[in-house]
Design a protein. Structure first.
Length: 202
């Protein structure tokens, strides 16, 4: 992959898709610095662009080591709309759990504690995630130690992969709040410790 955005951001690898956006590992070729780039998918509507810009502005106001921090938003002459975030380290928690369905209690507690602290800080800035799942958490592991946890995807729609981690009232159409984010985190903890989803048989 060698796509160049705004003549200075080279897309290196697709990390994941988030609603109408795509999160890439990228490089600022002018500075020689690795970054993450959130790209609004082609064919976006004016309403989708407005929502993208509004949400990224809100995320940029929150600075926390457990959140993939956002530093800039922009566009280019080709019609691309994007946001610049810190370099994404680690792997999706969903990928880690695919390889090892259960993690140790120490790893689960460390991930949960860091994620809870990040969500608390976000809530204090009126920033609600709304679709938290193992597909929206990056984890850096060094053997059996957790080096970093990074949450991303604030305000993104609930994908099919996210649904099992959402509160029942959320899936019934209620707007998200800090309580629904805590439910999602609790479901993630259950998944890490048991290798199963809560209410999987219901």
């Amino acid at each position: 992959m060698s796509t160049l955005i705004a003549n200075k951001y080279r897309l290196l690898r697709l990390i994941t898709r988030i609603g109408r956006s795509e999160l890439y590992q990228a490089e600022n070729v002018i500075l020689g610095k690795e970054i993450s780039l959130l790209l609004l998918s082609a064919g976006f509507s004016a309403a989708e662009e407005s929502e993208f810009l509004e949400q990224t502005r809100r995320i940029a106001k929150v600075n926390h080591p457990g959140i993939l921090n956002l530093s800039d938003i922009g566009g280019d002459t080709k019609g691309n709309r994007f946001a610049i975030l810190e370099a994404a380290t680690g792997r999706l928690l969903a990928e880690i759990l695919e390889e090892r369905p259960e993690v140790t209690a120490d790893i689960a507690i460390s991930i949960a504690r860091r994620a809870a602290q990040a969500l608390k800080t976000a809530s204090e800035h009126s920033l609600i995630h709304g679709s938290l799942s193992t597909f929206k958490i990056l984890v850096s592991l060094d053997d059996e130690n957790v080096d970093a946890v990074k949450i991303f995807g604030f305000g993104s729609p609930v994908s099919q992969e996210d649904q099992l981690f959402q509160a029942p009232e959320r899936m019934a159409g209620s707007p998200p709040d800090s309580r629904s984010d805590m439910f999602s985190l609790a479901a993630i903890i259950y998944r890490m410790l048991t290798g199963q989803m809560p209410f999987a048989d219901t």
